[in-house]
Design a protein around this ligand. Sequence first.
Ligand code: G4P
Length: 531
Amino acid sequence: MTDITDIGAEIARRRTFAIISHPDAGKTTLTEKLLLFSGAIQMAGAVKARGEQRRARSDWLKVERERGISVSASVMSFEYGDCAFNLLDTPGHEDFSEDTYRTLTAVDSAIMVIDAAKGIEEQTRKLFEVCRLRDVPIITFVNKMDREARDPLELIDEIEQTLALDVAPVSWPIGMGRTFRGCYDLVDDRMVLMDRGDRSSINDVSFAVSGLDDPTIGDHLPRDQWDELKDQVAMVRELCPAFDLNAYREGHLTPVFFGSALNNFGVRELLEGVARLAPPPRTQPATPRDVEPTEDKVSGFVFKIQANMDLKHRDRIAFVRLCSGHFKRGMRLLPVGSAKAVNVSAPVMFMAQDREIADEAVAGDIIGIPNHGTLRIGDSLTEGEEIRFTGIPSFAPEMLRRIRPDDPMKAKHLGRALEQLAEEGVAAVLKPRISTYFVVGVVGALQFEVLADRIRTEYGIPVMYETVEAYAARWVSGDPAEMKRFSDTNSSALADDHTGRPVFLARNAWHLTRTAEDWPKLKFDKVKNQV
Ligand code: G4P
């Protein structure tokens, strides 16, 4: 990055976003094509190749290699036009983890990728709900239009109904599958036609028209397709709301683009859409006061911790989303609540090609701070002021199992390992009040394997899991006297998480509802705010 002189302008050109989707919708392909269009990579295929290289190196995580998927999220920074983009990767695999959720607390907007043949799928819906918690604005990309797809109007309707969101198409597809020709730009009255040639380069034909009756359209489209386009556009204009920037930025409306990432089609429009519409870094909620991105002093929060790939060095990288100020290498930042500042001498930036050392960064940027466990998920970092960023949530685990060491003599060691891994956010670790064993909770089943693998390779403790009669976990809180009464009568269903917060373990759905009804003065939370 060049020397930053105008902080306000730098912040205004930042776009920090994530892509949310169900596995196989095309997130990896789209990521690669965004990098291709931005010039950050030369050839398609680079993202995967790099992924494979990384997997080959990271033998600490066998699961990752064996399954051929990337479990750990990463960050990619690139430039396009006047904007600087930070793309935060959210693992889209079915067994995704809490990291995925937390990553969404560090972005200002998201792209939702939908497979045109499948519509809204389970994982997309879950991730969307997390975005909604913070009103994260969402741009929708309907992918794979080059395949047989569902009727676009039906898709629009499904998004609207399933997600309770206004939907405003900004482009409209011309045909689909083998007859897919491109899109009509509803905002600027342009035709953008697809070239099915070389997929690794950028080719499309785009020209402005005076409207849908412009005769030049006839030079490019057969009569029946032209007529169909006219009918559909008329219908869309009647049925769908027009695009409204405020409604989008408040998270109530999603603009929709159609395309085919594999064919590089619609990607440029999408990227330009993010540049033009998506918000720059915004005010971050914090206590005792919110933080403006343009403030002088540097602040940020840790949203993810990643163990270093190299097992011999036990250092970890804390991913920090900067919220304000002009960060410079060598600064000392204080994790709020701790007495000891961290000297950030070798922060890592994540350029598309490779990691680089960051000299400077501003609000919206992500820096990686290598440390030996001093930084934890949810930590706020400042130049000294006592500000805590709020809204970095933990989600109640959806799957629970008891964990035991193969060797009973290792129980204590296992306890320590679990505590460290819980701090890293790998899994929720719960200590039932009346048992000597720990219960671990995850949001995706793969996390169990990741956890067992790390405990074995990093701490030398082989472990086994056992089923536990627990259907759901909820953080329970309320008036201390009421809490005491509750603890006294329900100790067999109570556990403590690694921070000492009480957790209610319900045996089944009935037990959960019944208990909540019996204790109306207590709160049973599915989401715990870390700070
Ligand atoms: P994901 O990260 O969301 O899981 O999806 P990914 O990009 O890996 O894409 C899933 C599959 O869909 C891939 O095929 C990919 O090539 C294909 N795909 C992505 N975008 C499009 C598109 O616009 N049109 C068509 N027709 N296919 C698309 P695969 O066979 O599973 O993998 P590969 O062998 O092609 O790498």
